[in-house]
Write a protein that binds this ligand. Structure first.
Ligand SMILES: Nc1ncnc2c1ncn2[C@@H]1O[C@H](COP(=O)(O)OP(=O)(O)O)[C@@H](O)[C@H]1O
Ligand SMILES: [Mg+2]
Length: 265
């Protein structure tokens, strides 16, 4: 049996800003059928790594292949619609008065191009279906800025799926949610992860509670460097977590959910 195709291939990637290495010699491969979590403390370089995967940022050193295209040798405006990106940086560019439906629909702009009017109806239909699928169909006509944090996250995920991407990137989708909001979002993302038609997915977080069941691999990042990367059962250990967060931590796992606490001596 042949392996599923590689959708992301970073090789020796470094990103330097001034004297600081945001990423330092990172190699990272994601295959089509994999669901990755990138875990690491604040400032580890998680968002920087995701920006490269999203073709929003180029490495200073090293090579980045995204969906078989090499960054620097491809028109990123053709590549980006094939990648779904859900992040606060994207959400912050949304005009406050834009409706939830428009936030989702506009992800398709610049993709269809010709036959605009006919596509507009189809695009709206798809956007509405996505809002419904993510449980926020009823707020379709509300201004984005008036939505609750939980609703906003769901609208953002719907937006990142609008172009039917081959690679889905979620940067801290659970940030700012209350307990019930987080649990319900984790469960929705887990459902997506377990659907075989879902795109390859990379989710960034620094909270173990936000790892959705069904995610298969983890990359541990610290100070721009990879601590460890591989299948979640072997790689997510108390020892590796302690190294990543520079603190003695005890990992617990129950029914595919994770948490960690400082080791009591
Ligand atoms: N343009 C920049 N110039 C200098 N430092 C930066 C720049 N952008 C980000 N950083 C720093 O790089 C580090 C990694 O950032 P980031 O990728 O956002 O980390 P994470 O998402 O893991 O919290 C942080 O310490 C951040 O302050
Ligand atoms: Mg970040």
């Amino acid at each position: 049996m042949t392996n599923p195709p590689t959708v992301l291939n970073l090789s020796g990637v470094s990103v330097r800003r001034g004297r600081k290495m945001l990423l330092d010699d990172v190699s990272f491969q994601v295959r089509e059928d994999e669901r990755w979590v990138i875990l690491g403390p604040n400032g580890a370089g998680k968002t920087t790594l995701l920006q490269i995967a999203a073709a929003r940022l180029f490495p200073t050193v090293g090579s980045a292949e995204v969906l078989d295209e090499t960054l620097g040798r491809v028109d990123v405006f053709e590549l980006r619609p094939r990648i779904g990106l859900c992040s606060n940086a994207v959400a912050n560019t949304m005009p406050a008065h834009e409706t939830a439906l428009n936030v989702v629909v506009t992800a398709a702009y610049g993709v269809s191009g010709r036959w605009r009017e006919e596509y507009e109806r189809l695009d709206e239909r798809r956007a509405f279906d996505l809002l419904n699928a993510w449980g926020v169909g009823t707020v379709f006509d509300r201004p984005f800025a008036t939505l609750s944090e939980g609703e906003r996250k769901r609208v953002q995920i719907a937006r990142s799926l609008m172009t039917d991407p081959e690679l889905l990137l979620l940067d801290e989708p659970g940030a700012g949610l209350d307990l019930a909001g987080r649990e319900s979002l984790v469960s929705s993302i887990s459902e997506l992860a377990e659907w075989e038609g879902a795109p390859a997915t990379v989710l960034v977080t620094h909270h173990l509670e936000e790892i959705p069941p069904g995610f298969t691999h983890v990359l541990l990042l610290r100070d721009g460097k990879v601590v460890e990367a591989g299948p979640i059962e072997q790689t997510l250990t108390s020892e590796n977590l302690s190294t990543t967060f520079d603190m003695p931590l005890e990992l617990t796992e129950r029914s595919g959910r994770y948490s960690a606490f400082m080791k009591q001596s």
